[in-house]
Design a binder for this molecule. Sequence first.
Ligand SMILES: *[C@@H]1O[C@H](CO)[C@@H](O)[C@H](O)[C@H]1NC(C)=O
Ligand SMILES: *[C@@H]1O[C@H](CO)[C@@H](O)[C@H](O)[C@H]1NC(C)=O
Ligand SMILES: *[C@@H]1O[C@H](CO)[C@@H](O)[C@H](O)[C@H]1NC(C)=O
Ligand SMILES: *[C@@H]1O[C@H](CO)[C@@H](O)[C@H](O)[C@H]1NC(C)=O
Ligand SMILES: *[C@@H]1O[C@H](CO)[C@@H](O)[C@H](O)[C@H]1NC(C)=O
Ligand SMILES: *[C@@H]1O[C@H](CO)[C@@H](O)[C@H](O)[C@H]1NC(C)=O
Ligand SMILES: *[C@@H]1O[C@H](CO)[C@@H](O)[C@H](O)[C@H]1NC(C)=O
Length: 542
Amino acid sequence: MLFGRNIWLGGLAAAIGVSAIGQDTCVSFQTSASTFTRTAFDFALDIQRVTGIKPTLANAPVSSAPTNARSHPPIIVGTLGKSALIDQIVNNTKLDVSIIQGQWESFITREVSNPLPGIKSAYVIIGSDKRGTISALYDHSEQFGVSPWHWFADVPVTTHSELFVNPDGCSHGPPSVKYRGTFLNDEQPALTNWAMEKYTNGTGAWFTDSPFNHFFYAQLEQVRITVSNEGPLSLASAFNVDDPENQPLADWWGIVMGTSHQEPMMRGTPIEFEMFETGPWDYTVNSEVIYGFWVNGTIRAKPYESAGDLPLSETENIGLLEKSVSDQRQILTDVFNGTDVTSIPQMWCLYQEVQGYYEDGMRVPDDDWGNVRHFPTVAERNRTGGAEMSGVYCHFDLVAGPRDYKWVTTYEQMSLAIDRDASRIWIVNVGDLKPYEMDIEFFVGYGWDANKWNRNNLDDFVTDWAQREFDLSSADSLSISSILANLTRFNARRKPELWNSTTYSLTNYREAETVLSEWQALSDASNEIYDKLSSAVQPAFF
Ligand SMILES: *[C@@H]1O[C@H](CO)[C@@H](O)[C@H](O)[C@H]1NC(C)=O
Ligand SMILES: *[C@@H]1O[C@H](CO)[C@@H](O)[C@H](O)[C@H]1NC(C)=O
Ligand SMILES: *[C@@H]1O[C@H](CO)[C@@H](O)[C@H](O)[C@H]1NC(C)=O
Ligand SMILES: *[C@@H]1O[C@H](CO)[C@@H](O)[C@H](O)[C@H]1NC(C)=O
Ligand SMILES: *[C@@H]1O[C@H](CO)[C@@H](O)[C@H](O)[C@H]1NC(C)=O
Ligand SMILES: *[C@@H]1O[C@H](CO)[C@@H](O)[C@H](O)[C@H]1NC(C)=O
Ligand SMILES: *[C@@H]1O[C@H](CO)[C@@H](O)[C@H](O)[C@H]1NC(C)=O
């Protein structure tokens, strides 16, 4: 064909009866669908990364479909009920879209015949909503061989001259957990210094000195796991004022901006509060100022998808807490007038000591050992919005009393959350992001499809991940899962943070030597694989 080779879309090379989708592909959108043109741009770029051929990207209504769409079957992307083009194709082809209709973050893809006048065949990618469509595109990119971590973890793209797609396409959704998110919390010093150098020419934002501007966030959104929700970096920054483009940018990527307990009503404390307001952050004595502060944050967030934490005070005064909660509901009612307040995403995080308020002053155990503290009881699940409303906030990495804890693996506790219907929102505080790529992807991916993973196939996640990231043989991938299984097991004997000179005996049973040699074997097994890799893959593996 035009470039002397075919581009077939999709990753299922073994598919039978595959259909040519064409090299000069084009992706069409209804014009108002600019909210996901960012992803479409990535999608086109990913095809180029894999095949070396740049597809034509067009955002066009039916009447001005790109002319080459007639000779080269296009890929047509859009959201059901939001794209006139997609709706017309569904009508013309009688495509059964009932499995995604009205669903949350779902999609189907299919090869269709005669979708539009003059177009014999097309591959259509149809989302049930904005994030359904975005997920479908990134799902294809991943199958092409572009890792969701290709930028952040330096994972190279394996090139192919041909891509194939199964004409029956694929489908997904709705996800097991409605909102799945991450929260980067340990931004100082590593991430901050790096972002300062990379994105700001050394000058942070006014007042906060934060380097987390929209250049940084644009890069962060390049982690294409199925995150729907993201917490801002809150401790030393103020998401919405560090760079006014941050909030619209997140929306453009389809990210629902969440706020942690640090940012009630989408406004940061203490930083943003101290920047703009006077008086203490204390609802007993400064409620008027705090009320106004929250009103303004709510107005500012109104155009974007957000899920704000409800407010918390420094005291276990239940009456005061109830008043601040009811004031917040009033603000939401006022600002979103005309919208039923119970339909606006709200979140209340029972974090550490805060759980005590909920439990009416009951003492909370003084530890943070990686167990979910409270699952909804039967009676709570019965409440309006009870089970629906509940979720999990957890840390991979907790820097707090009584001892730091950085070695959490997620399946066991999160499967309990699924069993107990705590599945409306999951947020993981990932500390510094960088060492937790696989764990983050598992957390989010398990929330995306909890039916896929169980205690008997967890190692498959690791081997699949190793194969995808490093193009390993299956033997080497199995070796990786053995290394990680042992690593987890050894760490669970006692967390390295808690080791001291008496943990393993230096004098009896050669205990310390035995433990050390087990670790040495892990290190050797890992180095053996590293040494076999090409220099292009070694940085990602490292
Ligand atoms: C759907 O297709 C039918 C013909 O099959 C046509 O009569 C109708 O106008 C179409 N509806 C829309 C909304 O395009
Ligand atoms: C850094 O400086 C260069 C050169 O002046 C400028 O083009 C670029 O936009 C600056 N970047 C940021 C993030 O301010
Ligand atoms: C809220 O915003 C208005 C308009 O920008 C400003 O005049 C007012 O001072 C703000 N109030 C608070 C409490 O931040
Ligand atoms: C409520 O909506 C009306 C019109 O829809 C508007 O005029 C008014 O300003 C809104 N109130 C608030 C508090 O936003
Ligand atoms: C749940 O709700 C049903 C119907 O309202 C009620 O009959 C039942 O007793 C409730 N169960 C609990 C544990 O509250
Ligand atoms: C993991 O531990 C098992 C049991 O101790 C051992 O047989 C295996 O060789 C270890 N794997 C690696 C990669 O060290
Ligand atoms: C080592 O840790 C154990 C358990 O936390 C503690 O009881 C012991 O005092 C510690 N020993 C030293 C030498 O720090």
